[in-house]
Ligand binder design. Structure first.
Ligand code: CTP
Length: 214
């Protein structure tokens, strides 16, 4: 199969030297990409700014902002049989990027932000027969919110995790499928979760019949 995987945070610049972001390390998406490669799949990995090296045998596209991540991901979608959206896409970007550097004025500053496009939702609308996996970071009403995201974004499976998972090597995860199954992984390494996700996608594609792209 051909996997399209996103990873890492996005940087939303407000001037030449400052940006909005989150603590994503890219480890989760890279782990899924390595697992898919190990199991013999071809992989396109689109990643925001991370300190990780390109995994061998994988086509890596490095981007900075959510808009760039969207462009690169949609450009690779045509080849994909499966999409795993592990990137922690920034929901907002500054309404405008100031040329040069914002200077201190001695008073309070208000930042105007605009919403970024929801890439997973867009992919969900163009799903075809692709298998789609999303992630949800939730704090309150975790499972109900994750299920809402699963349906709203057209995913087949959503990985629910908490903020402690950002940057960690292992964490607690709950896998929730559109078919209603729930699998709890209370303490899994990202490598193990990556393999479990790839295997789940393979089973799901096999059950649906191959030629997932159409
Ligand atoms: N996602 C995306 N594009 C965005 C925001 C999120 O594709 N602009 C994807 C993420 O890659 C993840 C899933 O949507 O797979 C859920 O992301 P999350 O941040 O938990 O959800 P949001 O839709 O941003 O909802 P909220 O922040 O309100 O909880």
């Amino acid at each position: 199969m051909h996997f399209l995987i996103t990873a890492g945070p996005t940087h939303e610049y407000l001037d030449a030297v400052r940006y909005l972001t989150n603590p994503s390390s890219g480890r989760m998406g890279f782990a899924v990409a390595r697992a898919a490669r190990r199991r013999g799949h071809t992989v396109d990995l689109v990643t925001g700014p991370v300190l990780l090296r390109d995994p061998q045998g994988i086509t890596v596209t490095r981007v900075v902002s959510a808009l760039e991540l969207r462009r690169a991901t949609l450009a690779a979608l045509g080849r994909a049989d499966a999409v795993v959206m592990a990137a922690a896409v920034g929901d907002y970007r500054p309404a405008r990027r100031v040329a040069g550097k914002l200077k201190k004025t001695g008073g309070a500053v208000t930042l105007a932000l605009v919403e970024n496009p929801d890439i997973l939702r867009e992919i969900g609308r163009k799903k075809g027969r692709r298998v789609i996996v999303g992630f949800a970071v939730e704090v309150q009403d975790a499972e109900a919110n994750a299920r809402r995201k699963l349906v709203a974004k057209g995913a087949d499976l959503i990985v629910l995790n908490g903020p402690a998972s950002f940057g960690a090597e292992r964490a607690g995860f709950r896998l929730i499928t559109a078919g209603g199954e729930v699998r709890e992984l209370p303490d899994a390494s990202k490598a193990a979760l990556g393999t479990a996700l790839v295997r789940w996608v393979e089973r799901r594609a096999a059950a649906a019949g191959r030629g997932a792209r159409e």
